[in-house]
Ligand binder design. Structure first.
Ligand SMILES: Cc1cc2nc3c(=O)[nH]c(=O)nc-3n(C[C@H](O)[C@H](O)[C@H](O)COP(=O)(O)OP(=O)(O)OC[C@H]3O[C@@H](n4cnc5c(N)ncnc54)[C@H](O)[C@@H]3O)c2cc1C
Length: 468
């Protein structure tokens, strides 16, 4: 029995534990596995993979369920959340991170060592899932993408073997992990670089959404003046009347400008003064803050919620882009996508020599647009999806690519959306690696990363009997 081979637990249909584990952070997801393994250790993960192999079952992996881990067609669902150990090497400025850790698990210990990771807006997001999709973080213009800081990964492959992937060992697999998604194996440990920023100057300032045309313009012009040390973004949001939103914001539509500066306080304040002093500025939270408070820069939702999103990398976000975008969004309070982010990319994430990754040709993106809806009330999933698609179609002249993978969407992403993340050469190389490391597609038939897109390719023709 599988349970006899594990430190962790196995849940089967009918049990409370099984029902509880069918949900993800994204409440649009209801997994339909045959059994659920909650791993306590890397050997547990290996045992579960070997069991799936023996039984001819597919595998779906979930850390938090913020991403695309839909387990739709049976098989084994492996929950990794308990593999969350973190060890910091202060001298080397690195962290060894368990495959199920979230960014909050890293940020605290890193801060105690005077360091910070290249995490994103939400510390509740899983380190591995975030990194496998590129990792577009709060300091990306200063230090690049999270994948640029990956030193090494321990991976359990589809055949149950454990390998190390690094620039010198299994270099192809290492390439695939830096932006190729979760279709190549289960990462049980990562070694990542950290940066010397226990504190940053960061926060946000809000404007009534009625000022969006001029505030977007001012922000866009301001981004052209910024050094790489400032990474900023915007959130156009209508706050729903839900308990986790302060009552005074219920129903309000705001355009919020965020920024994180790695410069000293005085220089940061001078750089940020133009946007903080604009007419209509309110709710200014900019301050010199410990990186442990980085969640307050974007104030992303913490608790699970149903979310449907879509996004794209943009080559520009100028006056004409802004008018077109706002026209496609329509009246902001009635927007089915209640949260619309545009973040400033470029800087080090585009300009410094970076390691070879499947997203190499996507580094020319200068802005990231992401639209997220919460299906409730009049906003059906279909209305949210159609509105998001219409907005991105309007942005087509400025779209470099759909995605990146972390922003392409949540559980229901389509093959075309995933395919649009990669250029032809990168996609072909990812497929070739996938064929080698997971020829029976043990991982991801249920919807992870590259495989959805590969279903449109010839890959399925020569892989023999797929796992069920
Ligand atoms: C509120 C919110 C804020 C976000 N902010 C940012 C941001 O600032 N920047 C950014 O780049 N992205 C951001 N994202 C996107 C996020 O990085 C992706 O959704 C990411 O995939 C989530 O990873 P996870 O492990 O939390 O989720 P999961 O859904 O558990 O995993 C996501 C994918 O990774 C796979 N996976 C997870 N762990 C492993 C593992 N150990 N080995 C192999 N595969 C694994 C899963 O199978 C799945 O395919 C945000 C998402 C949300 C919902």
């Amino acid at each position: 029995m599988l349970v006899d081979r594990l430190q962790g637990t196995v849940a089967t249909p009918g049990s409370d534990a099984f029902e509880a584990s069918r949900t993800a952070w994204n409440l649009t997801v209801t997994h339909q596995p045959e059994l659920v393994v909650e791993a306590q250790s890397a050997p547990d993960v290996q045992a579960a993979v070997q069991f799936a192999n023996e039984q001819g079952l597919t595998l779906t992996v979930q850390t938090t369920g913020h991403g695309q881990p839909q387990c739709a067609g049976g098989g084994v669902l492996i929950l990794l959340g308990k593999l969350n150990t973190v060890t910091i090497d202060r001298e080397a400025r690195t962290a060894k991170v368990g495959g199920g850790a979230v960014w909050a698990d890293v940020i605290g210990p890193a801060h105690a060592a005077g360091l910070a990771p290249l995490s994103g807006s939400s510390p509740g997001v899983g380190v591995v899932g975030y990194l496998l999709g590129g990792g577009y973080g709060l300091m990306m213009r200063t230090y690049g993408l999270a994948v640029d800081m990956l030193k090494k990964a321990t991976v359990i492959l589809a055949d149950g073997s454990i390998v190390t992937a690094s620039p010198t060992e299994n270099a192809d697999l290492f390439y695939a992990l830096r932006g190729g998604g979760g279709a190549f194996g289960i990462v049980t440990e990562l070694e990542i670089g950290l940066v010397p920023h226990a504190e940053v100057f960061a926060g946000s300032v809000a404007f009534d959404a009625g000022l969006a045309p001029q505030v977007y313009r001012a922000w866009s012009e301001w981004t052209h003046t910024l050094p790489n040390e400032v990474t900023s973004g915007t959130v156009l949001i209508t706050f729903p009347p839900v308990p986790f939103v302060p009552e005074f914001l219920h129903g309000r539509s705001l355009l919020i400008l965020t920024a994180c500066s790695t410069l000293p306080q005085a220089e940061s304040e001078a750089l940020l003064a133009p946007i903080r002093s604009m007419a209509g500025a309110e709710l200014d939270s900019f301050r010199w803050m410990p990186f442990t408070e980085s969640a307050t820069i974007y104030n992303d939702p913490v608790d699970p919620l149903p979310a449907i999103g879509t996004g794209a990398l943009l080559t520009a976000f100028e006056s004409d882009t802004i008018d077109t975008f706002l026209g496609a969004i329509g009246p902001i309070p009635q927007s089915p996508n209640l949260m619309i982010q545009v973040r400033h990319a470029g800087g080090a994430s585009a300009d410094v020599p970076t390691p070879e990754t499947p997203i190499g040709n996507r580094r020319e993106g200068r802005y990231l647009a992401y639209l997220l809806g919460v299906p409730m009330g009049p906003f059906t999933p279909e209305a949210i999806g159609a509105h998001g698609e219409a907005c991105l179609q309007a942005l087509e002249p400025w779209i470099l690519a759909r995605g990146p993978l972390n922003w392409v969407g949540e559980a229901t992403v389509s093959a075309d959306q995933i395919r649009g993340v990669y250029d032809d050469a990168s996609f072909a190389r990812l497929l070739e690696i996938k064929r080698r490391v997971d020829p029976k597609n043990v991982f991801s038939r249920a919807g992870v990363g590259i495989w959805i897109a590969a279903q449109k390719d010839s890959m399925s023709k020569d892989q023999g009997e797929p796992h069920r």
